[in-house]
Ligand binder design. Sequence first.
Ligand code: IDP
Ligand code: MG
Length: 237
Amino acid sequence: MSSQICRSASRAARSLLPSAKNARFFSEGRAIGAAAVVSAGGKVPLFASNFGNSTAGNISRSWICGLLALPAAAFMIQDQEVHAAEMERTFIAIKPDGVQRGLISEIVSRFERKGFKLVGIKILVPSKDFAQKHYHDLKERPFFNGLCEFLSSGPVVAMVWEGEGVIRYGRKLIGATDPQKSEPGTIRGDLAVVVGRNIIHGSDGPETAKDEIKLWFKPEELVSYTSNAEKWIYEQN
Ligand code: IDP
Ligand code: MG
């Protein structure tokens, strides 16, 4: 019975919802959504348990339950949309030259100040074998061996950043592969001079982002959380 009520409340709620676009990142809705989930988890089953022997006398209580379940379901759906929209992630690495030149905080702060969210970070010296896996698509290039030697020559800061459009915009923040061609204002444009020492790596598309995150991080090393700043970064008028 309770699941029937929730299903119909859910259907009705969906029709009352704003479009997915407007619902995205509507964080006040998310806060209420969290409260509604608690309400659904606590109160609705309590009412529903009284419906075991459904009689005409219980109809008014079914109305009350429906009224409670409706906003709960509405915000639960909205909450799912919020989280679905938050999922874009990219892999960013500060290469050994960036680490040795003391540019970790500079690079992290450019992503952070933009409004992207850091969900994974570690420092490690990758093996050459690992570097070859990371750059496998470049194995035919003449610089492949030198590149992999270099990546495995010292500490690398590996990170996962999350946010709307973070894959494509992360590449914009980074700038062109060759720092001579990177625009001023970009990381490579401002902080690097030659292509072999361009200080940072960023995934170039959704598939590479997925593969690179999987290569560098175990799922439990990534943290999903809501940042207090999100409602100031994403809310729409
Ligand atoms: P990207 O880092 O901008 O995605 P890719 O073409 O994927 O650029 O190349 C990976 C890395 O290989 C570059 O960041 C750079 O360090 C190195 N690389 C690219 N082209 C050259 C080159 O012509 N000579 C030396 N190294 C290069
Ligand atoms: Mg690349």
